[in-house]
Design a protein around this ligand. Structure first.
Ligand code: SAM
Length: 229
C-alpha cells in the first residue's frame, strides 16, 4: 500500500521541526513509564533523539505512556557515562547535569539555545559522582515543597520545554528541516515513511530508494516487500 499524501505531509511537517542539537542523556533511568514519558516530551519539543546508559543486563521496555514516541525518537545506547558524554561533547553539545548539589545553578539562569544535552539521573539515586564530575554545568529546578526532588520525567519535560521556549524567543526553532543535515533529513524521512523497506535495504546493504515529491517510491521493488508506513 503506498503512503497516503496526507501522511507524508505530516511526516515532513514533524521532521521539519526536529532539532539535532537538543537531547537528553539518561543515566540509569529504567522505569518504563519514565523512559516513555521522557521520549514523549522529546518528541513534543522536537528533539531528534535521546541517549541512555542502561544498568547492565536490564532489558529496556516502554509502556503506553510513550504513545508510540519511541518510534519517532530513537534512544541511543552507550556503554558508560564517560563514553556517552564524550560522544555528545564531540558533537558540540554542552552537558547540563541535573541535580540539587551545591555547585548547581538555577536552570532559569542558563542559555539552552546552543547544542544542549540534559543529563538526568536514576529514579532513586540521581546522577552518579562520575556523571556529576564530567558535565559542563550542574543545574537544578527550584523546589518549594516538602519533597526534595521531582519525578525524572517531569524534570526532563520542564527543561526541554524551557529550551524550546528560549529557542522560540530567539527564533531558532527550525521549520524547514534546517535542524538536521540534508542527509539526515532524507534518511529519516525515508525510514519514517517506509520502515520495512528501510530495514530491508539495511539488511542487504543497499541505498534507500529515491522518493518523489509525493512520497512515492519511484523504482520497482520486490513484490514481497510491504510498503506500509
Ligand atoms: N535522590 C535523588 C537525588 O538526590 O538526585 C533523586 C533523584 S530524582 C527522583 C531523579 C532525577 O530527576 C535526578 O537525577 C534529576 O535528573 C532529576 N530531578 C529531579 N528533581 C530535580 C530538580 N529539582 N532539579 C533538577 N533535576 C531534578
Amino acid at each position: 500500500m503506498p503512503l497516503l499524501p496526507k501522511r507524508f505531509e505530516r511526516l515532513q511537517a514533524v521532521l521539519n521541526g526536529r532539532m539535532a542539537n537538543l537531547t537528553v542523556l539518561l543515566e540509569g533511568v529504567e522505569k518504563p513509564h519514565n523512559l516513555s514519558a521522557i521520549l514523549r516530551s522529546c518528541d513534543a519539543v522536537g528533539a531528534l533523539e535521546a541517549h541512555v546508559v542502561s544498568l547492565k543486563g536490564r532489558v529496556r521496555t516502554f509502556n503506553s505512556t510513550a504513545q508510540g514516541s519511541q518510534k519517532w525518537v530513537p534512544l541511543r545506547d552507550h556503554s558508560s557515562i564517560e563514553n556517552a558524554c564524550q560522544h555528545l561533547r564531540k558533537q558540540g553539545f554542552r552537558l547540563f547535569g541535573t541535580q540539587l548539589g551545591v555547585n548547581a545553578i538555577d536552570y532559569r539562569q542558563c542559555d539552552f539555545t546552543g547544542p544542549t544535552a540534559f543529563v538526568l539521573g536514576a529514579e532513586k539515586w540521581g546522577l552518579t559522582d562520575t556523571a556529576s564530575a564530567v558535565v559542563d554545568q550542574s543545574i537544578f529546578i527550584p523546589m518549594g515543597g516538602m519533597v526534595q526532588s521531582l519525578n525524572v520525567s517531569v524534570a526532563a519535560a520542564i527543561l526541554l520545554f524551557e529550551a524550546l521556549r528560549q529557542r522560540q524567543q530567539a527564533e531558532l526553532v527550525p521549520c524547514n528541516g534546517e535542524g538536521l543535515t540534508p542527509d539526515q533529513y532524507e534518511k529519516i524521512l525515508f525510514e519514517w515513511s517506509y520502515p520495512q523497506v528501510a530495514s530491508w535495504c539495511n539488511d542487504i546493504q543497499r541505498p534507500y530508494p529515491i522518493l518523489n515529491e509525493l512520497g512515492e517510491i519511484i523504482e520497482q521493488l520486490p513484490r514481497t516487500l510491504k510498503l506500509r508506513c
